[in-house]
Write a protein that binds this ligand. Structure first.
Ligand code: HEM
Ligand SMILES: CC(C)=CCC/C(C)=C/CC/C(C)=C/COP(=O)(O)OP(=O)(O)O
Length: 311
């Protein structure tokens, strides 16, 4: 007999821990890119910003569980979620989501800054209410438009550090948002192809259900080409250097290979492999942005010291 899942683990599931981990990772990278080499590190804002953004994303994820109970019960992938199985009651989930949301706003308003708090609140509403409550049920463009909320974290991180006061803050942070925004359709539609029967049974109008698999595969390829183009922009805007550019192009070439092969896949699991690669891709791309911003200047400084003329 299977051991029952402990109560704390049911609440932990509500926070979509793995998705939110990557969301917070992109927010932290937004923070670290906003600090220029030579600036002092604003540790209290970095820590409180990370906590506040995590709390908001976790609150949004819990609201998503609450509003999607009917859908989650019908889909095989989500049928074990705490509300679908009855392990938690809607009132418990609502209380948990409100507690996380209030804690998030208190942290961001009191310890970070109002710009970061307002943008984070807008993302929370964007995902939990606009995407989950309306778009998801209304149009196959749901994840394209709704993707804006999931793409916002680097901007939230950037705002935590700077308050968006300096020249170029918006332009640079929005480039990072644009990358995740364009990444979201290939990320999600690859999974949706594999899980299309789930969505069809739950009457959710995802693209493979409304427009078919072949059309969705072409859309994935189209967005992947666009993604490779937009990932060049941080280099073109002189925000990042050639180390980042090289990494982005290699990662992009592999993503293009997946998207191309998905047009005529070797087996039905290939869409799932493409989905998994999309996650590795985003983690690695943001790691390249960070290494390029922080490690290369340190390396250059060490080299300059080594070869500086001796007095
Ligand atoms: C509207 C935008 C998005 C949609 C519709 C979407 C959809 C999904 C779905 C349906 C799953 C499967 C979840 C599961 O089975 O538990 C998933 C997994 C995942 N997503 Fe997304 N996603 C979106 C945006 C994002 C963003 C912005 C990130 C991070 C920056 C992200 C990171 C992940 C990760 C890391 C997983 C794997 C979770 C695991 O291994 O359990 N997603 N996504
Ligand atoms: C404040 C802030 C940064 C908010 C962003 C919050 C957030 C958790 C975004 C993740 C996007 C996501 C997992 C969408 C899938 O929802 P779905 O309902 O289509 O997937 P499901 O079927 O797995 O529930």
């Amino acid at each position: 007999m299977r051991k029952p899942t402990p109560l704390w683990a049911q609440y932990w599931t509500l926070t979509k821990p793995r998705v939110v981990a990557l969301i917070v990772f992109t927010a932290i990278i937004g923070m670290l890119l906003a600090i220029r080499p030579g600036d002092a590190w604003p540790w209290p804002r970095l820590l409180a910003g990370t906590l506040g953004i995590w709390l908001a994303a976790a609150s949004a994820a819990a609201i998503n569980h609450l509003l999607d109970q009917r859908i989650d019960k019908v889909m095989a992938r989500t049928a074990e979620r705490p509300l679908a199985t009855g392990a938690l009651k809607p009132a418990q989930v609502l209380a948990f989501a409100i507690a996380l949301g209030v804690a998030s706003m208190a942290t961001l308003v009191l310890l970070v800054n109002p710009v970061c708090a307002a943008l984070t609140f807008a993302s929370l509403i964007g995902y939990a209410i606009v995407y989950t409550g309306f778009l998801k049920r209304a149009t196959p463009q749901n994840i394209v438009i709704g993707g804006l909320a999931g793409a916002a974290p680097p901007l939230l991180g950037w705002a935590a550090v700077t308050g968006m006061q300096r020249e170029w803050d918006w332009a640079h942070a929005l480039l990072l948002v644009l990358i995740i925004f364009v990444w979201t359709p290939p990320h999600f539609w690859a999974l949706a192809i594999f899980r299309r029967e789930d969505y069809s049974r739950a009457l959710v109008p995802m693209l493979p259900v409304t427009h078919g698999v072949t059309y969705t595969r072409w859309q994935i390829l189209l967005y992947t080409v666009l993604l490779v183009v937009v990932t060049v922009l941080p280099w073109a805007a002189r925000m990042s250097g050639v180390f980042y550019l090289g990494g982005a192009l290699v990662l992009g070439a592999v993503f293009l290979w997946y998207a191309w092969k998905l047009l005529d896949p070797p087996d039905e699991f290939f869409a799932m492999r493409t989905f998994k690669y999309s996650i590795v891709y985003l983690m690695a791309l943001f790691a390249f942005l960070l290494l390029d911003h922080w490690l290369l200047p340190l390396f250059d400084a060490a080299l300059a010291l080594e070869f500086a003329p001796q007095p």
